[in-house]
Ligand binder design. Structure first.
Ligand SMILES: NC(=O)C1=CN([C@@H]2O[C@H](COP(=O)(O)OP(=O)(O)OC[C@H]3O[C@@H](n4cnc5c(N)ncnc54)[C@H](OP(=O)(O)O)[C@@H]3O)[C@@H](O)[C@H]2O)C=CC1
Ligand SMILES: N=C(CCC(=O)O)C(=O)O
Length: 447
């Protein structure tokens, strides 16, 4: 079997070897899905996985914009339309200086499997730009978003491709992007998700990724007779996903010890309670401040500049910042300190070495394509509400979110449980996500 995986990866590397993040994402899927393909004749000779690895369309475009001083800037924009076998392309937009084709192809590839796991009719895509929103005025953000959308609008639509938020793209950016789309196309549609509540947005969408990650982690804990009650929880990030993961942990009785940003992390030995979390949300979402300011305000906290939080002893770890933020040595430290569960809120935050360590230690490990699917699932629910031209209540959406996350957990168990009873959620998520897309591709022919 290793020879089959190697032969496949050699072909993928020959074409994409200069894209490390994308190769990393494909390698993980190949190791788990190729054995499944070998065992199922219907996929033999169809080159399904090789076709999945090649984007249906990769669009790259210039984004020129003018700053508040009248200076002209140029950034590169992308939309990667990865796979539309089961529905219109669906996936976020990331604005961050590290954005390039490799990062967005990894995200778009992960999105294909993630969206399939939600059971909603959504294909996979991703886009964004190497534009850095940090330190920009609202007017500069608006001018960039408007310029970005003057091109992107040619390639998206409610039945074609429906973008949403990701790193650096929150409510503010979605608003500016939506406004320009509506002006150019003269249509008011559900072409973006994460919209404001007064113009087509869904309740719970802001909370959904973080909540869903905790719901999934809770499902994993329940298989061991455990819960969040009284548990110490280490979280990375302090943006949309991390904030609401922390909120749900508190609601389930856990104690949040850390939050981070790209400057370092804060460790509050007394725990980040509801009041302190409200301060963080205001600091990050309104003041656009740095997490280090938390330690200036609360004496119970220490700021660790330039470090990540994984050496802090905990029961549960929720990486909610960015890819490859949790390395092999971090995983060893978590395991040594007694961590029993890791659920990824971010996309691909654990390196292959870290994942190997978690599996060797047989701790509960949830890959982001399963555990962070709550965000896109609720985006799908926003699309449903837009199509129906109605709005569901907070409870209705949250109940549907809980059901979807529980269903994803069950699918992972179905395909991932090993003979010794340990569930390899990576294997389970990859195979469960693969099957629906592969069967649709078989039915639609060689396109
Ligand atoms: N938003 C969504 O709907 C979903 C998001 N995700 C994933 O969750 C993760 C977080 O996204 P989201 O919360 O939306 O984004 P935000 O922009 O709201 O927050 C990102 C957080 O991660 C930190 N961060 C970003 N890049 C780095 C880096 N290179 N090193 C250290 N910290 C970093 C940011 O710190 P700083 O402010 O200093 O940059 C910030 O605290 C991403 O992996 C995203 O792809 C997954 C599913 C859905
Ligand atoms: N950034 C997201 C959310 C995508 C979406 O809501 O369409 C992700 O799933 O990674």
């Amino acid at each position: 079997m290793e020879a089959k995986v190697k032969a496949f990866m050699d072909e993928v590397i020959a074409r994409n070897g200069h894209e490390p993040e994308f190769i990393q994402a494909v390698q993980e899927v190949a190791e788990t899905v190729i054995p499944y393909i070998v065992q199922h004749d219907i996929y033999h000779g169809k080159n399904i996985l090789l076709r999945m690895v090649e984007p249906e369309r990769l669009i790259s475009f210039r984004v020129a914009w003018v700053d508040d001083d009248g200076e002209i800037h140029v950034n590169r924009g992308y939309r990667i339309q990865m796979n539309s076998a089961i529905g219109p392309y669906k996936g976020g937009l990331r604005f961050h200086p590290t954005v390039n084709a490799s990062v967005l192809k990894f995200l778009a590839f992960e999105q294909v499997f993630k969206n399939s796991l939600t059971t909603l009719p959504m294909g996979g895509g991703k886009g964004g730009s190497d534009f850095d929103p940090k330190g920009k005025s609202d007017d500069e953000i608006m001018r960039f978003c408007h310029s970005f959308m003057t091109e992107l609008c040619r390639h998206i639509g409610p039945n074609t491709d429906v973008p949403a938020g990701d790193i650096g793209v929150g409510a503010r950016e979605i608003g500016f992007l939506f406004g320009m789309y509506k002006k150019i196309r003269n249509e008011f549609t559900g072409v973006l998700t994460g919209k404001g509540l007064s113009w087509g947005g869904s309740l719970i969408r802001p909370e959904a990724t973080g909540y869903g990650t905790v719901y999934f982690a809770d499902s994993m804990l329940k298989t061991k007779g455990e819960s969040f009650e009284g548990k110490n929880v280490v979280i990375s990030g302090s943006g949309n996903v991390a904030q609401y993961a922390a909120e749900k942990v508190l609601q389930l009785g856990g104690k949040v010890l850390t939050l981070s940003d790209s400057g370092g992390f804060i460790h509050d030995k007394d725990g980040i309670d509801e009041e302190k979390l409200a301060y963080v949300m205001d600091l990050k979402n309104n003041k656009r401040g740095r997490i280090s300011e938390y330690a200036d305000k609360y004496p119970s906290a220490e700021f660790h500049k330039g470090e990540t939080p994984w050496k802090v002893a905990c029961d549960i770890a929720l990486p909610c910042a960015t890819q490859n933020e949790l390395h092999g040595d971090d995983a060893e430290a978590l395991i040594k300190n007694g961590c029993i569960a890791v659920a990824e809120g971010a996309n691909m935050p654990s390196t292959p070495e870290a994942i190997h360590a978690f599996h060797e230690a047989k701790i509960l490990f949830a890959p982001g394509k399963a555990s962070n699917a709550g965000g896109v699932a609720t985006s799908g629910l926003e699309m449903s509400q837009n199509s129906l031209r109605i709005s569901w209540t907070r409870e209705e959406v949250d109940d549907r979110l809980k059901g979807i996350m529980s269903g994803i957990h069950d699918a992972c168990i179905q395909y991932g449980k090993d003979d010794d009873g340990y569930c390899n959620y990576v294997k389970g998520a990859n195979i469960a996500g693969f099957v629906k897309v592969a069967d649709a591709m078989l039915a639609q022919g060689v396109i």
